[in-house]
Structure formats: structure tokens, C-alpha cells
Design a protein around this ligand. Structure first.
Ligand SMILES: [Zn+2]
Ligand SMILES: [Zn+2]
Length: 387
């Protein structure tokens, strides 16, 4: 049997398809005659144009809806991929595109059937704004696996038609079931990235039983990795950070690591063979995953949350001897996202952020490509008022 060679684009598509499942994507139509209002936003008009000030329609809250004035919105690498249409094979970008799925704000209006929120409450919205609510995944509170979910931006909008618009905006309207409560002690700028980077790293740690006394590795100290260190430390684990940059050592220790290993140093790696209960791999570039599989103890697991463009080479022997496992994990369901936010409230965990005005968003994207941020950008949406 011959296996056809796949192009780089096909590989990138199949990576995204793993997250999106088998959903078919069709260009939606705009509905007429809906009750709506205008919201200020920043949008991209094409894959090559910078984000710029615009006005977008939002639906007036229906009975189950919560209207939120957005205070901060984190910048996720997915925003950049979507704005530049880098996932064109599986989820082509519809322009204008308003990204943003790390949303923190205050409730301004609620529908008549809303019981969980009232005007003035803090509220948050992550990557999901709806799902079918009836499938086995939804009934299990695992909406991230629902075959009919609605993503926060660039996904068919069931209410207004067109596509959903994300959080680079002064307001958003979301069904209360997908709105999260925010502990009042958290710094709001730093809390925004919890809605994607936070839950993406928290969920697999809970799933794979990271608790006190477990030895946990974090590979890569970026937006995701730095959250992984904070969560593993707060869960009571012995945390080892793997990095290729000796310059990140002090920061890793400050964030909660017990030890830092320079992954290019074979001697340092050798000392940790067969010792880890769990490793979170947050590297999106090509790397030798086998080197980390060898560091797992019996029944240890390594979970991928970064998505390298090319397939990773995995030796079957590395998994067989030691009954080790390799898995992946996307965001988290709504109940677990709330659990994560409450956990952050108890342990006072937020992301390390650089706060920027929306007018600097294009500059921030350029810096994101160079990984020039510690460790996440958070947009102060008050800056949108002057547009
Ligand atoms: Zn994200
Ligand atoms: Zn469902």
C-alpha cells in the first residue's frame, strides 16, 4: 500500500480537524429583521490587512442572554491564525473578522429568564458561546467536544446570521449557560487569559490526576506553559520546567517551578529518566517528543496542548515499555472552566500579562510571532472608547 505524501497545508488542516472533529463548515447567510444594536470593535478586513476600528451588530439580549461590557480581552495565538486565514482549509475566515475569546467584563443587561447574573456582576466568556446542549458530551458538561458547538468568533451565528464576533469589542451578548462567574479578588487584566490559556492547561492536569506529591513536567515556557507551571505548583506537584533558553530559568522558578532543565543538555535530561507522572507539552514548534516520553514513569502520560505543524515522530517502544500514554487536550467544558476560575480565586492565580490599548494590537501580533511577550497580551478595552 502506498501512502500519499501530504502537503504542509494538508497537515495543518488535519491538525485543526482534530480540534474541530468532523464538523462541516458552510458559509452562513445573514438574517434580516432581527433586533440588534451597534457595538464598537476592531476587525480585520482581509488576511493581509491590519486590524482597524469598526462597528459590528450585536443582538439585543433575548430572555436567556447576558449582555457584557468587555473590560479586558486577552490575545491568543488562535486570534492571529484566524485573522490571517491560516486555517483556511478547515475553518476559512469570514471577513470582517473580530477575534478574541478571552473575555472579562461586567454585566450590563440580562434577559427575563436569566437568574445567575445581574447588572454590575463580573462575568467572563471563553472559546465557546453555544452548543446543542443535548448530545452526550454536553450532558457530561464537556461542551468542548460537542459536534454542534458555536465558537466565540468566526463561527455561524444562529441569532443574527453571518459569523460570531469575538471580544475585541466593547460588548458581547451570550447565553447565560456559557457565561462564567469571576472571583472578585482576581486582577481582571490577568484573569482574561484564564479563559483560553488557563483552561487549556488546567483541564488535562485535572484529567490526568495532578495532585500533591506528583512529579510534573512543563515543556515550553510561553503563554500556555507559564499557566501550566502556576497550576501544577498550586495543585501541590513537584514542578520541572523544560526549556531551550537558559535565560528563562529565573522566571520559571519565580512562576513556581522547583527545578529547571535545559532540554538541550543530554546529561540533565538523563537524570530524570522514568520519573514523571505527567508532562504537559506546550510547544507548537517541531521537537523531539521521544525525549520526553522516556522521562515518564510507569503509566505516566504526556499531553499535547501545543500543535506543531508537522507530525511528531513517536517510537512505539517508548510507549510500550512503561505502559506510557500520549494524548492531546483542547480547552475545557463550561463546568470545568468555572471550577478553574474558582480555583484561581482561591489561589490568586492570574496570567502574567502586558496590558495594551487596542490601538497597539497590530504591533502586539508582530511581537506574538516572535514570542516577544511575557507571557500574554491583555487588551484594555477602555481604549476602544476613544475610537
Ligand atoms: Zn485561545
Ligand atoms: Zn452537544
Amino acid at each position: 500500500m502506498t501512502v500519499p505524501r501530504r502537503s504542509k497545508t494538508q497537515i495543518a488542516i488535519s491538525t485543526c480537524r482534530r480540534f474541530l472533529g468532523t464538523r462541516s463548515w458552510t458559509r452562513p447567510k445573514t438574517m434580516k429583521g432581527k433586533s440588534m444594536y451597534n457595538s464598537k470593535a476592531y476587525s480585520a478586513a482581509s488576511a493581509t490587512s491590519p486590524l482597524a476600528s469598526t462597528t459590528i451588530p450585536r443582538r439585543d439580549p433575548t430572555e436567556h442572554d447576558v449582555q457584557i461590557e468587555i473590560v479586558f480581552c486577552g490575545i491568543c495565538h488562535s486570534d492571529l491564525h484566524q485573522v490571517r486565514n491560516q486555517w483556511s482549509g478547515v475553518m476559512p475566515t469570514v471577513y470582517p473578522c473580530v477575534p478574541g475569546h478571552e473575555i472579562i467584563g461586567r454585566v450590563t443587561r440580562v434577559g427575563s429568564a436569566v437568574s445567575r447574573f445581574k447588572p454590575g456582576d463580573l462575568a467572563a466568556v471563553g472559546c465557546l458561546v453555544d452548543s446543542d446542549r443535548t448530545c452526550p458530551e454536553c450532558r457530561a458538561g464537556l461542551e468542548q467536544f460537542c459536534p454542534n458547538f458555536t465558537l466565540t468568533y468566526n463561527f455561524p451565528d444562529k441569532h443574527l446570521g453571518g459569523v460570531t464576533f469575538g471580544g475585541y469589542s466593547d460588548s458581547v451578548v451570550v447565553d447565560q449557560r456559557f457565561v462564567l462567574r469571576v472571583p472578585s479578588n482576581l486582577n481582571l487584566a490577568g484573569a482574561a487569559p484564564l479563559l483560553c490559556a488557563g483552561i487549556t492547561t488546567y483541564s488535562p492536569m485535572r484529567h490526568w490526576g495532578v495532585t500533591k506529591g506528583k512529579k510534573v513536567g512543563i515543556v515550553g515556557l510561553g503563554g500556555l506553559g507559564h499557566m501550566g507551571v502556576k497550576f501544577a505548583h498550586a495543585l501541590g506537584a513537584n514542578v520541572v520546567v523544560f526549556t531551550t533558553s537558559p535565560g528563562k530559568k529565573d522566571d520559571a522558578l519565580r512562576l513556581g517551578a522547583d527545578e529547571v532543565v535545559i532540554s538541550r543538555n543530554a546529561n540533565e535530561m538523563e537524570k530524570h529518566v522514568s520519573s514523571f507522572d505527567f508532562i504537559l507539552d506546550a510547544v507548537a514548534a517541531d521537537h523531539d517528543i521521544g525525549a520526553y516520553i522516556n522521562l515518564l514513569r510507569r503509566d505516566g502520560n504526556i499531553t499535547l496542548v501545543g500543535a506543531p505543524e508537522n507530525p511528531l515522530a513517536v517510537s512505539a517502544f517508548g510507549l510500550i515499555f512503561g505502559r506510557r500514554s500520549l494524548s492531546g487536550s483542547p480547552i475545557g467544558g463550561i463546568p470545568e472552566t468555572q471550577e478553574m476560575l474558582d480555583f484561581c480565586g482561591q489561589h490568586n492565580i492570574t496570567a502574567d500579562v502586558e496590558v495594551i490599548p487596542i490601538q497597539k494590537v497590530n504591533e502586539a501580533y508582530e511581537r506574538l510571532v516572535k514570542a516577544d511577550v511575557k507571557y500574554r497580551f491583555s487588551i484594555d478595552m477602555a481604549s476602544l472608547k476613544s475610537e
